[in-house]
Ligand binder design. Structure first.
Ligand code: 0CN
Ligand code: SF4
Length: 318
């Protein structure tokens, strides 16, 4: 029988460390802010600069215009590529139109592009572990000559058409579940004798650290709130990792999505945020929790991140 906590029972709220913005997100948002300082509004951003409506809305208020395709950008307008990266086709189209581009592709995504091109130059077929249709995956596919095959699951690996001894290489999306990816890599290595790849090191430091932190949170909290957008790969993975670690988890865009019934009979709730979710939303979630029950807040000890990236070269020159 569920224990009914009355409205006066204290709810322990434990925040994950690290959580929220990563270095690539800070760099991309700063690039839009910086472009708005240097140029007359509007500046155009291809795709959401990062996958978060709150971030996008704030930048829109300051004069950024978000578009899906370059064809929506007027001639001559400052054009910013999002943190997720773009294909060579998009880059070439911007060059052809002589658009002044600021490329905010995260350096860790660009590193995967380079690695994929290197494997291809070595004469290997390239396999990309990731989710088809995600903009980072679309961009990475379009950065490597020839066909790149996308796999997401062990089932996909079993269906691959290559010979067992074919020269293959794999690369991965930066925001995958470390555990799921290890399983897919093990299946690739078991089936193919001549395959090379970076193990799970293409999964970026921010993704790995936030997943480790949410696993720690699941040891002490029955319910975990992950703040992030449903189209955010790294945030979605955090909610999955929390669930796999035994907690009940909810992915919420902000505090308005919280329901008081989620916390009935619960003594400890964990709160974390995806790499694209601003800290202000964490504060708002905590404040909303305090309207349901008296709360006591603490932070689970975890590593401090010190990664910082230099701005896109187009901005560091001026
Ligand atoms: O949520 P994001 O904008 O992107 P994904 O997790 O969906 O890839 O976070 C920034 C990560 C990057 C690139
Ligand atoms: Fe870069 Fe990782 Fe942040 Fe994506 S989540 S922007 S790859 S640091």
């Amino acid at each position: 029988m569920a224990i009914q906590s009355d409205a006066s029972t204290t709810l322990n709220v434990i925040l994950a460390q690290p959580r929220g913005f990563c270095a690539g997100v800070v760099r991309a948002i700063d690039a839009v802010e910086d472009a708005l300082q240097r140029h007359d509004a509007p500046v155009y951003v291809r795709h959401e600069i990062v996958h978060n409506r709150h971030v996008v809305n704030e930048l829109e208020k300051k004069g950024a215009v978000f578009v899906d395709e370059l064809s929506e950008v007027p001639d001559g307008a400052v054009t910013i590529f999002s943190a997720h990266g773009v294909s060579r086709v998009v880059e070439r189209e911007a060059e052809r139109r002589k658009l002044p581009v600021i490329d905010s592709t995260c350096p860790l995504v660009a590193k995967v592009h380079k690695q994929g091109r290197r494997y291809r130059a070595d004469g290997r077929e390239v396999i990309l572990i990731g989710h088809a249709g995600h903009p980072e995956v679309t961009g990475t596919l379009g950065q490597i000559d020839g066909e790149v095959t996308v796999v997401a699951t062990v089932d996909d690996v079993e269906k691959l058409p290559f010979d067992n001894a074919a020269p293959l290489a794999y690369i991965t999306q930066t925001t995958l579940s470390v555990d799921d990816t290890s399983t897919v890599i093990a299946a690739l290595k078991q089936r193919f004798t001549n395959i090379v790849g970076p193990d799970t090191r293409d999964i970026c430091y921010a993704t790995q650290n936030r997943q480790a932190a949410v696993r720690g949170l699941a040891d002490v909290a029955e319910v975990i709130i992950v703040i992030g957008a449903s189209n955010s790969s790294n945030s979605t993975r955090l909610a999955e990792v929390a669930r796999e670690a035994g907690a009940i988890s909810y992915l919420v865009p902000d505090e308005t999505a919280l329901e008081s019934a989620w916390f009935d009979g619960v003594t400890t709730v964990g709160v974390t945020a995806g790499a694209s979710a601003p800290e202000v939303l964490v504060q708002r979630v905590v404040e909303r929790l305090a309207t349901f029950r008296p709360i006591e807040t603490s932070t689970l000890a975890g590593p401090q991140e010190s990664v910082r990236f230099a701005p896109p070269s187009e901005l560091s020159l001026a």
